[in-house]
Design a protein around this ligand. Structure first.
Ligand code: PMP
Length: 400
């Protein structure tokens, strides 16, 4: 018998199952609203114009990167994240390049687990699946707890539920995972006032805030607006702050795996030790991060003209997504589809939490060749002016 005989088969991640089922379906009418990727008005992958312009300028050099990452990328990523504040907090800000946002979430989790072993990690319910999985694999002794985030009846952010859970249940030193903007999967973010209250709770209870920022600039089209919450927490100066930063969506560099992990410590004295620990973790995991994508990002962000083009590109993506939200709402309203659908336009970012239930999602797939996650999460960039009427027609059919 094999030494692996005792292993159980584990179900595959649902997003990958949906993608595989979509790929296998031979129907020319199939529509993918599953994968969290941007598509242009023709439903095709889109390379950002700024990225296209940067590629011929990249250094012709495929050496390994330094252990902390590519320095021009690290400085640009800090500046993008924190704006002018990045210089003011420089001596307390520790950064390392990672294998995209997922790698940053993982490196941060390992750092926290190695350094002081938090008792609990608080994760929004619902959330991006990896928040739970990363902690389950990296720190099986850390209890994963879930704070309410979504109020199903009103299809809104459950602010009171979140505050009550953290205030009532969290203990000093617990970690709380927060999504900086364009919450995946709900598309619902706290207001600025609500963010202030969440920061108050983190401060009062002595919690480590762990931001995941995967949609900066992609959500609203404005990089500063989308960084508001992170910067607010950073400006307080009283909080210990972890930040996992992804460049997958806002640069369209999904497969190139570009990301960074940052720790804003309360005390500058810890910087050398934390930096060395981060280098050790990355060394053990990947030795050093991939070099192609980070050079694109650094080239764009460090050049005034390319950066302006990138800002245009962000507007192109965010405004197409917004117009597709409006088009879907209009199509549903014109059919008199039962239920209220205004949330489709009030939600923000890549996804809409449609409110469709498991059976309805199943029927969309089996009867209409339309693919989304069983939670009802639909990736809005999968919509185009050519297919939105058909999607509305199918939704109308499954909810009646
Ligand atoms: N966090 C959230 C909330 C996400 O939705 C994603 C992308 N699906 C990521 C992090 C990181 O993705 P990546 O590893 O591709 O950067």
């Amino acid at each position: 018998a094999s030494v692996f005989s005792s292993l159980d088969s584990i179900p595959y991640d649902e997003a990958y199952r949906v993608l595989a089922a979509f790929t296998k379906n031979p129907s020319p009418d199939k529509i993918s609203l599953g994968a969290g990727v941007y598509r242009d008005g023709e439903g095709k992958p889109w390379t950002l114009t700024s990225v296209k312009q940067a590629i011929p300028r990249l250094p012709d050099n495929y050496d390994y990167l330094p252990q902390g990452g590519f320095p021009p990328f690290i400085s640009a990523s800090r500046k993008l994240l924190l704006g002018d504040l990045s210089e003011r907090v420089d001596e307390k800000l520790i950064s390392i390049q990672t294998v995209s946002g997922t790698g940053a979430c993982h490196v941060g989790a390992v750092l926290l687990i190695n350094s002081f072993k938090p008792k609990n990690v608080w994760i929004s319910d619902p959330t991006w699946i990896n928040h739970s999985l990363i902690w389950e694999c990296a720190g099986p002794d850390v209890t994963r707890k879930f704070y309410p985030y979504y109020h199903a009846e009103t299809r809104s952010f459950d602010f009171e539920g979140m505050i009550a859970a953290l205030d009532g249940g969290a203990e000093r030193g617990d970690v709380v995972i927060l999504q900086a903007c364009a919450h995946n999967p709900t598309g619902l973010d706290p207001s600025k006032e609500q963010w202030k209250s969440i920061a108050d709770i983190c401060e009062k209870k002595g919690l480590i805030s762990f931001f995941d920022t995967a949609y900066q600039g992609f959500a609203s089209g404005d990089v500063d607006e989308d960084a508001w919450a992170v910067r607010h927490f950073a400006e307080r100066g009283t909080l210990e702050l972890c930040i996992a930063q992804s460049f997958s969506k806002n640069f369209g560099l999904y497969g190139e795996r570009v990301g960074a992990f940052h720790l804003l410590a309360r005390d500058a004295a810890v910087k050398p030790a934390v930096q060395s620990q981060l280098v050790r973790i990355v060394r053990s995991e990947v030795s050093c991060s991939p070099s192609f994508g980070c050079k694109i990002v650094a080239t764009v962000l460090n050049d005034e003209k390319l950066r302006s083009q990138w800002v245009e590109d962000l507007k192109t993506m965010s405004s197409r997504i917004r117009s597709m939200r409006e088009a879907l709402l209009k199509e549903l309203q014109s059919r008199g589809t039962p239920g209220s659908w205004d949330h489709i336009v009030s939600q923000i970012g890549m996804f809409s939490y449609t409110g469709l239930n498991k059976e309805q999602v199943k029927e969309l797939e089996s009867q209409h060749h339309i693919y989304l996650l069983s939670s009802g999460r639909a990736s809005i960039p999968g919509l185009t002016s050519h297919n939105v009427a058909r999607v509305a027609q199918a939704i109308d059919a499954v909810v009646r």
